[in-house]
Design a binder for this molecule. Structure first.
Ligand SMILES: Cc1cc2nc3c(=O)[nH]c(=O)nc-3n(C[C@H](O)[C@H](O)[C@H](O)COP(=O)(O)OP(=O)(O)OC[C@H]3O[C@@H](n4cnc5c(N)ncnc54)[C@H](O)[C@@H]3O)c2cc1C
Length: 492
């Protein structure tokens, strides 16, 4: 098998042993797999040839882009039979059509690279997320990624007009159309988007571009509650209309984690508040007009008593500093330790009630947990993450009348308690999942808003989808991949 792979892609591009290790673990280090090898084809023909070989030999294929996925979708199982196919060498932007506002890009193009190339020709590629320096377009489409601009531009699916795909038999489907209107039967593109590599391999895509806004405004707003944030969202949409491009919420614990793990990043406020909103406007009007619009919005928010405090970025650097407080939350949480992630969405109008009810239920049943809640409030999507208490917030049970421990001793004991609560938390993972996901279901929401199902939520899916829907999904899978070689054990 390995010799035949080497004959297709070249000896250097078939990795085994040490060289393969980084490809076998997911970003969160929750899943570690084994594989025969990691293969790194350079173009669609090589991808197709490798897939034909896998189809002949019934070898499972795990497609992988930037490996930034958060549900273990790009990590093989432990059997060691699979082949990980890294698409990162398919990294060419084949063409940009400025007038048609489209770019044809290969699957391994890094998201940030496409953003930069679009900018060079006066266009915006709006998909934006904290992992954009590594995540690839193929991975973005396969997970139907969301991010911080969905409110205005939609998710990866909304930004894609056409695809090139290698099917599980190793045929190449060229559907790289740049058409906005095309009603000629079932939409194959939509079947492959969000399929997490279980139906075929995306090798290229035709993505939408937009005129580049000429100005933007960023504000960080402190609030007392999630319900205030919802009213602020409604007000912002009323005043700013389509210029509102970002509306991100994070709670105090999220901010504390960023301050702890990124010591140069600090809250701009003198006081602490329970919730914060990062609000972004972008506009085709001059800078001055955007500033006035932002000021009008904030004035109205203060008048309606929706805001406790607010800072307005005065320049790009300050805007980046405010965004860093939001974008580093995932990294800070990973540095802090293990946690239980929920990437959920509920109708926007229900978010406040969802959070207060679910917080209360969790506190009642698992008193040691803390919620690190952040996300894309404007899309009804929260990363409702449950973690063990921070060591700093724990009060070790020393009796002051007996002895007075040193500060170091207090810190060490707090750390030990924190590690134990982390272990305890992970033991309760399935009960916590069920509590949160049942709540999501009760509110008519989704247990995966933007990260996908992967390995992490595969067992959860049938609990919340009807038998009819599960059967239809399995029918599509069986029809397109009858041998079951495409990313087995993921999603279904
Ligand atoms: C710090 C951080 C912040 C993040 N923020 C967000 C966010 O705001 N919004 C969001 O949606 N996600 C977010 N993510 C998750 C992640 O970045 C996205 O899911 C991203 O789309 C994954 O892209 P990737 O190239 O890394 O894909 P990978 O992780 O390599 O793969 C993801 C899935 O797609 C499949 N796949 C990859 N490439 C292909 C291909 N060419 N053909 C077929 N299948 C393929 C894989 O098999 C796997 O199932 C974040 C992740 C991190 C680490």
């Amino acid at each position: 098998m390995l010799d035949r792979l080497r004959a297709i892609v070249g000896t250097q591009q078939v990795l085994t042993g040490e060289e393969a290790t980084a490809y076998l673990t997911d970003w969160r280090k929750r899943f570690i797999g084994h594989a025969q090898a990691v293969v790194r084809p350079a173009n669609v023909e090589e991808v197709a040839a490798v897939v034909r070989l896998c189809a002949q030999t019934r070898t499972p294929i795990v497609p992988q882009g930037g490996n930034t996925g958060l549900v273990g979708g790009a990590t093989p199982d432990r059997a060691g039979q699979a082949l990980v196919m890294s698409l990162t060498r398919l990294n060419h932007i084949r063409s940009i059509d400025v007038l048609n506002n489209t770019a044809i890009v290969e699957a391994g193009v890094v998201l940030q690279t496409l953003q930069e190339r679009a900018r060079e020709v006066g266009r915006l590629f709006p998909l934006s997320l904290a992992a954009q320096g590594s995540a690839t377009i193929g991975g973005n489409l396969s997970t139907n990624a969301g991010g911080t601009q969905v409110l205005r531009y939609g998710n990866a699916r909304d930004l894609c007009l056409g695809l090139e795909v290698v099917t599980p038999e190793g045929e190449i489907w060229n559907g790289l159309t740049g058409l906005r209107k095309n009603n000629t039967g079932y939409d194959l593109r939509d079947i492959f988007i969000g399929a997490e590599g279980t139906l075929g391999i995306i090798t290229a895509a035709c993505m939408k571009l937009y005129p580049l806004p000429s100005s933007s405004g960023t504000a960080l707003i402190a609030l007392h509650s999630v319900s205030q944030a919802l009213r602020l969202l409604e007000l912002s949409q009323r005043i700013a209309g389509p210029t509102l491009t970002g509306f991100e919420l994070f709670n105090e614990l999220s901010l504390l984690l960023v301050e702890k793990h990124f010591p140069t990043q600090k809250s701009p406020f003198e006081q602490r508040y329970p919730q914060y909103v990062l609000l972004e406007l972008s506009n085709h009007e001059p800078e001055e007009q955007t500033r006035l619009l932002m000021e009008r919005l904030l004035e109205a928010a203060f008048e309606e008593e929706l805001v406790a405090d607010a800072v307005l970025a005065q320049n790009t650097k300050q805007a980046q500093q405010l965004w860093a407080l939001r974008e580093n939350i995932s990294e800070a949480q990973a540095a802090e330790g293990k946690n239980i992630k929920h990437d959920i969405s509920v109708p926007i109008s229900c978010i406040s009630e969802f959070v207060s009810q679910t917080d209360a239920l969790l506190q009642q049943q698992f008193p040691h947990v803390r919620m690190v809640t952040f996300g894309h409030l404007g899309d009804g999507n929260l990363h409702y993450n449950v973690s063990a208490a921070l060591a700093e917030t724990l009060q070790p049970p020393f009796d002051p009348s007996i002895n007075q421990p040193s500060e170091a001793k207090i810190a060490q004991t707090a750390h030990e308690i924190s590690s134990k609560t982390e272990e305890k938390l992970l033991l309760q993972q399935s009960a916590i999942y069920q509590l949160v996901h049942d709540q999501v279901h009760r509110f008519g929401g989704s247990i995966s808003a933007e990260h996908g199902i992967g390995q992490l939520k595969r067992e959860e899916l049938p609990r919340y989808k009807s038998a009819v829907e599960m059967r239809l999904l399995q029918t599509i899978k069986n029809a397109l991949d009858p041998q079951g070689i495409m990313n087995p054990g993921k999603m279904l």
